[in-house]
Design a binder for this molecule. Structure first.
Ligand code: FES
Length: 69
């Protein structure tokens, strides 16, 4: 089966990336397997960057999403 990476955006929330990809972090590379999802911060408030830790909801972050979900 062929898997392709995909990027979408949650309204008022993180970027959602579907693997296969490798996320480069300060702690080293993190592999995201085919079909697995990772949520990346785009509000700038996460204490676990590059990952979303839910802080966007407490800080009133607003941004368009890439779907009507
Ligand atoms: S987008 Fe969720 S903490 Fe930044």
């Amino acid at each position: 089966m062929l898997y392709m990476s995909n990027i979408s955006f949650n309204k008022n929330g993180p970027m959602v990336v579907t693997g296969p990809i490798v996320v480069m972090t300060k702690k080293g590379p993190i592999k995201v397997g085919a079909g697995e999802k990772v949520y990346l911060c785009r509000c700038g408030h996460s204490k676990d960057k590059p990952f979303c830790d839910g802080s966007h909801a407490k800080n009133g972050f607003t941004a368009d999403g890439s779907s009507d979900e």
